[in-house]
Design a protein around this ligand. Structure first.
Ligand code: PLP
Length: 333
C-alpha cells in the first residue's frame, strides 16, 4: 500500500528513534526538561519571537495561540476552509468562547478587501469585536497552497492600522519556506502568534509548538496544563522534533516534486501544486478513493467532491511513480 492520506502517517526513522533514546530529560511541568527547553528556544529564534511552547498537537497549539489574542466573546476572522474553522472540532468556541466569521479566498488566499469589509471595531454593546485575523500557510484544504509573503505583509500593515492581531497557523509553514525560499523569520515577523507542527511532513511522531511573546507563552503554559497538556519527561518527543529540524526540512522539496507529479496524473496543471498536498475536485470522490485503494493507493476525501492526497517522508520516488500510473489510469476512466 502507498499511503497518501496524510503526511501525519510517517513513522520515526531509525536515526530519529536513536536521537529519542539518547535524549536528556526532566519534568517539563517543572520547566526542567533540557531537550524541551532547547527546542522551544531554538524554534522561537527561528521565527524571531521571544518564546515557544511545546504541545502534543497542532490543534492545541492553535487553541492556545488564538486564545492568546482573542478573548471570550470576541471573534477571529479566517478563511472558510481554515483548519481552525473546519478541523478542530469547534475547540475555539467550545473551549475558548470565541466566535469566527469567514471569508472564502480563491485557493485559500488572503482576501484583504473581504477582511476590511468584515472588520468590526469595538462598538460597545452592539457588535462582536474583531480581535484577530487567522491565516493558514500552507493552506491544507485549499491544496497545500502558499500564501505569498507580500500578501501577508499587506495584511500586517492593515492589522497595524486597526490594532488587530494576526495568528498564523503554520502547521506546514516549513513547506512554504522550502517552496518559496522565504526565510522563516519573515513569516514570523508578520504574525503576533504562530503554531507550527513537527508531526506533519517533518516526520516527528508527535509535537507542535506555539510561538509568540514571553507573556503570551507564560499564559499559554498555564492554559496548556489546565487542558491536560502538561507533559513530564517529554524530551523524548522534543528530541524527535529537533532531529526533524536538523534532517527533514530541506528534503520537503522532494515531497513537492512528488506532489506535482501526482497532480499532473490527476489532470491538474502541475504549476498549481505549490507544495506536498493535492486537492482535486471529483464528483465521484468516494468511489474514486475506493478504486484507488483497490489498486494499492490510499487517498482520502476532504469534502463530498474533494479528493486529497499528501506526499511525505515515507513516499519514495518509486512509490510516487507507481501512484501516478494508477491515479492517471483511474482519472481517465
Ligand atoms: C494538521 C494541522 C493542524 C494540527 O493538527 P493536529 O492533528 O492537531 O496536530 C493545524 N493546522 C493545519 C493546517 C493542519 O493541517
Amino acid at each position: 500500500m502507498i499511503d497518501l492520506r496524510s503526511d501525519t502517517l510517517t513513522r520515526p526513522t531509525e536515526a530519529m528513534r536513536e536521537a529519542m533514546a539518547r535524549a536528556e530529560v526532566g519534568d517539563d511541568v517543572y520547566g526542567e526538561d533540557p531537550t524541551v527547553l532547547a527546542l522551544q528556544e531554538r524554534v522561537a529564534g527561528m521565527f524571531g519571537h521571544e518564546a515557544a511552547l511545546f504541545t502534543p498537537t497542532g490543534s492545541m497549539a492553535n487553541v492556545l495561540a488564538v486564545a492568546s489574542v482573542v478573548s471570550p466573546g470576541e471573534e477571529v476572522l479566517c478563511d472558510s476552509s481554515a483548519h481552525i474553522a473546519r478541523a478542530e472540532l469547534g475547540a475555539h468556541g467550545a473551549i475558548s468562547g470565541i466566535t469566527m466569521r469567514t471569508w472564502t479566498g480563491e485557493r485559500g488566499q488572503v482576501d484583504l478587501a473581504a477582511i476590511e469589509s468584515m472588520y468590526a471595531p469595538d462598538m460597545g454593546p452592539f457588535f462582536v469585536r474583531t480581535a484577530a485575523v487567522s491565516v493558514e500557510n500552507t493552506h491544507n484544504f485549499a491544496g497545500g497552497t502558499v500564501l505569498p509573503i507580500d500578501d501577508l505583509r499587506d495584511l500586517r500593515a492593515w492589522a497595524d492600522t486597526t490594532g488587530t492581531k494576526l495568528h498564523l497557523d503554520g502547521a506546514r509553514l516549513w513547506n512554504a519556506h522550502v517552496a518559496t525560499g522565504t526565510p522563516l523569520a519573515d513569516y514570523g515577523r508578520i504574525a503576533d502568534v504562530l503554531a507550527v507542527c513537527l508531526s506533519k511532513g517533518l516526520g516527528a511522531p508527535i509535537g507542535s509548538l506555539m510561538i509568540g511573546s514571553a507573556d503570551a507563552i507564560d499564559l499559554a503554559r498555564v492554559r496548556r496544563k489546565r487542558m491536560g497538556g502538561g507533559m513530564r519527561q517529554v524530551g523524548v518527543l522534543a528530541a524527535a522534533g529537533a532531529y526533524a529540524l536538523d534532517h527533514h526540512v530541506d528534503r520537503l522539496a522532494d515531497d513537492h516534486v512528488h506532489a506535482r507529479l501526482l497532480g499532473e496524473a490527476l489532470g491538474l496543471d502541475p504549476a498549481t501544486v505549490d507544495t506536498n498536498i493535492v486537492v482535486v475536485d471529483r464528483p465521484d470522490a468516494a468511489s474514486f478513493v475506493a478504486a484507488a485503494a483497490d489498486e494499492g493507493v490510499r487517498i482520502a476525501t476532504v469534502g463530498p467532491r474533494a479528493v486529497r492526497l499528501v506526499t511525505h517522508l515515507d513516499v519514495t520516488p518509486a512509490d510516487a511513480d507507481r501512484a501516478a500510473v494508477v491515479l492517471s489510469r483511474l482519472a481517465a476512466r
